[in-house]
Write a protein that binds this ligand. Sequence first.
Ligand SMILES: *Cc1c(COP(=O)(O)O)cnc(C)c1O
Length: 471
Amino acid sequence: MTYDGKDMDWDEFAHWGKHISDWAADYHKTLRARPVRAQTRPGEIAAQLPPAAPETGEGMEAILSDFERIAMPGMTHWQHPRFFAYFPANAAPPSILAEMLVSSIAAQCMLWQTSPAATEIEEVMVDWLRAALGLPPEYTGVIQDSASSATLSAVLTMRERATAFTGNRAGLSGKPPLRIYCSDQVHSSIDRACWIAGVGQDNLVKLPSGGPQHAMDVGALRKAIAADRAAGHIPAGIVAITGGTGVGASDDLGAVLKVAQGENLYTHLDAAWAGAAMICPEYRAAFWPGVAGFDSIVFNPHKWLGAQFDCSVQFLADPQAQLNTLKIEPEYLKTSGERVTNFSEWTIPLGRRFRALKIWFLLRSYGLEGLRMRIRNHVNWAHELCEVLRKADGFEIVTEPMLSLFSFRCPGDDAAQQRLVDAINDDGRIYLTQGAFEGRRIIRFQVGQFETTRDDVMMAGGVIQEVWSTL
Ligand SMILES: *Cc1c(COP(=O)(O)O)cnc(C)c1O
């Protein structure tokens, strides 16, 4: 068959592009009318697709109509103002527009020369965010796809640093076990980083947490390190958290850092969710003292700050250890001698998108004050709703609000908690997820979607009690 030249041309592209941005605006304006969580059964969407790709091309009209008919009913609406599950994944309108430009230009920004603007704007955006979060000017950093990747980079750096940078070349076999320390509240991405880095789950030492902020027991940390040294193991690093996923656990960073410095351990801070709130100076006193001095800090503008997924910033006190761990320079990537930053040397993937553009658009469009106002509202409304549920008959607050996240239980056993979560999500007006704390099932509630209003949050209190009364 010969090429018939009927592929989409750029005039047709412009037509559909306008159509899709109109569609997007309508979608966002009418989101409250949709159930938040998809209401489909497993397999229902796949069953509507033909078993193989078409042999001949089809028009955009047909493709978009199937998108509406087949795909849309199977979407869970993360931009719904009554999304209170997991953590938010905000995509503010200026960030979406930046992503449209980035997709249209579709540059591979792996080296400075493969798009100098992407590298240089990324350097400046990392620095704007550093200052916005109150971190000292020594920090540089890089934008990664996800906190999982940033944490893996940090754990690999811990490994290499603790083995005098011989792990990459010689492997780990024959070496004493490397040990990494964290609390029992860390995100599963820390476990996976240890699996992938060859450290192993058994060498990720999870210390107990406690106190009002569910912080790592630093006395237990000291003891664990001493016992490991006595056993001939090699302590390599500590992963601390600000705002853990389960209940917002936050470590005493100053205390953790003191241990790390005394033991010469590399430190990584996972502030994937809560980091965004540190643009508000008043929250730093409770969560952030001691942060300056951590070797690596990750936070996700793609969660609470409003930059569309994916966008995770890793700040580094000194990038050299991570560069020594990850930099590789085959012949085809060599560039002329100019002193420029090649960000692919800082991360695991080679290819990289122009992620800094959406941060630039976001920060300029809202200003830091506009973003702070949203975060403060979310925190205040979460506290308000927590008080409503505390007073509701038989309901119990299990963990107090950490910023905009708290957890509760309805009357009844663990199974009753799950029944309530499922019934709420089947109802569709709001979306919540469950968790576990101290061996009991809990229901998490977080406020963080960009267009959420106080009314949306207060309505959730009503829906929770109403659905519970029908169980
Ligand atoms: C969301 C989250 C992660 C994982 O983030 P990704 O960017 O999806 O990898 C890690 N840690 C914490 C505390 C999180 O909230």
